[in-house]
Design a protein around this ligand. Structure first.
Ligand code: HMG
Ligand code: MG
Length: 289
């Protein structure tokens, strides 16, 4: 019997590599994406068109997008927080883009230098221009359970921002436990609130694994009907503006857990293992992030 389908959205080349302290050559990033392209993903986030002063690690995003081998059936995604980012993403050939907001004011200010309401106003023209180009836009909400600056975040705040991004036209809302501190109970309460305002089949879970509970949180989200999860091969990552955030939950670990639970991902475990080796080598030995 075929199990129910769950999609893993690979974010390692973006969420993973944006946070690495060491310089990673563009050709190594391209090689990682090219390996991931053979794993069976439908979507891979490979680039981020943000200020290079804010995130120097993503400054070569255009070169990465232009340099990768385009595998049929894979959509290559990029972050685009403003019109400049959208323009550069389009020019480099991104298949879709993502805007990213926060459920907490402290992180919104630290990450994108805007209040929540200012950020939503800034996203509106990006949505309109992307729509005119026929480009799909994903929406991220960060700090869905806890903020490194403001502490615990109320589910109603997450629902408010998720609903705003959904109403703006985002095709999917990815809910980020940015600092990986979410307990299964907190995640369940947050998801219940958000699912009242955005259809659950349009939600994705984005768990960092700081507390080692990401897989448990994925199971909680599965039980509530979420069928898309963001993950990074080799557990790469973090966020430069979220002190203490560890990497995203590792793709290969999510894949193994989903398989054990009887879900189908369509991913090739052998290719994932190769990509995870590459990711770990890029991170370098002896680093603890
Ligand atoms: P700002 O300083 O308020 O905006 O930054 P600005 O418009 O005044 O621009 C400042 C400078 O950046 C200017 O350059 C602009 O030209 C330049 P200057 O005149 O000083 O030389 N600039 C750009 N350059 C390249 N591409 C652009 C761009 N926009 C402006 N698109 C801004 C506002 C949003 C740009 C800035 O705060 C920023 O870049 N933030 C990005 C932070 C970031 O990338 N964080 C990590 C991604 S989010 C994340 O990881 C969370 C997630 O994984 C989910 C989760 O885990 O929760 C998604
Ligand atoms: Mg993240």
């Amino acid at each position: 019997m075929m199990g129910a389908r769950v999609e893993i959205f690979e974010v390692g080349p973006r969420d993973g590599l944006q946070n690495e302290a060491r310089h990673i050559p563009t050709r190594d990033k391209i090689a990682l994406v090219d390996c991931l392209s053979d794993a069976g993903f439908a979507r891979i986030e490979v680039a981020s068109f943000v200020s290079p002063k804010w995130v120097p690690q993503m400054a070569d995003s255009g070169e990465v997008l232009r340099g990768i081998r385009r595998a049929p059936g894979v959509r290559y995604a990029a972050l685009a927080p403003n019109m400049r980012g959208l323009h550069d993403a389009l020019e480099a050939g991104a298949d879709e883009v993502a805007i990213f907001g926060s459920a907490s004011e402290g992180f919104s200010r630290a990450n994108i230098n805007a209040t929540i309401d200012e950020s939503l106003a800034r996203f509106a023209p990006v949505m309109a221009a992307a729509g005119a180009e026929g480009l799909r836009v994903r929406g991220y909400v960060s700090c869905v359970v806890e903020c490194p600056y403001d502490g615990p975040v109320a589910p109603s705040e997450v629902a408010r921002v998720a609903e705003a991004l959904w109403a703006m036209g985002c095709y999917e809302i990815s809910l980020g436990d940015t600092i990986g501190r979410g307990s299964p109970e907190a995640v369940a309460a947050m998801l219940a609130a958000v699912a009242e305002v955005v259809p659950v089949e349009r939600l994705a879970g984005h768990f960092h694994d700081t507390s080692g509970r990401a897989l448990e949180n994925i199971e909680v989200a599965l039980a509530q009907g979420v069928r898309v999860f963001d993950a990074a091969v080799g557990g790469l990552g973090g966020c430069p503006y979220a002190p203490g955030a560890a990497g995203n939950v590792a793709t290969e670990a999510v894949h193994a857990r989903l398989a054990a639970l009887g879900y189908e991902t369509g991913l090739d475990a052998g290719v994932l293992a190769r990509a995870a080796d590459m990711a770990r080598a890029m991170r370098g030995a002896g680093q603890d992030s």
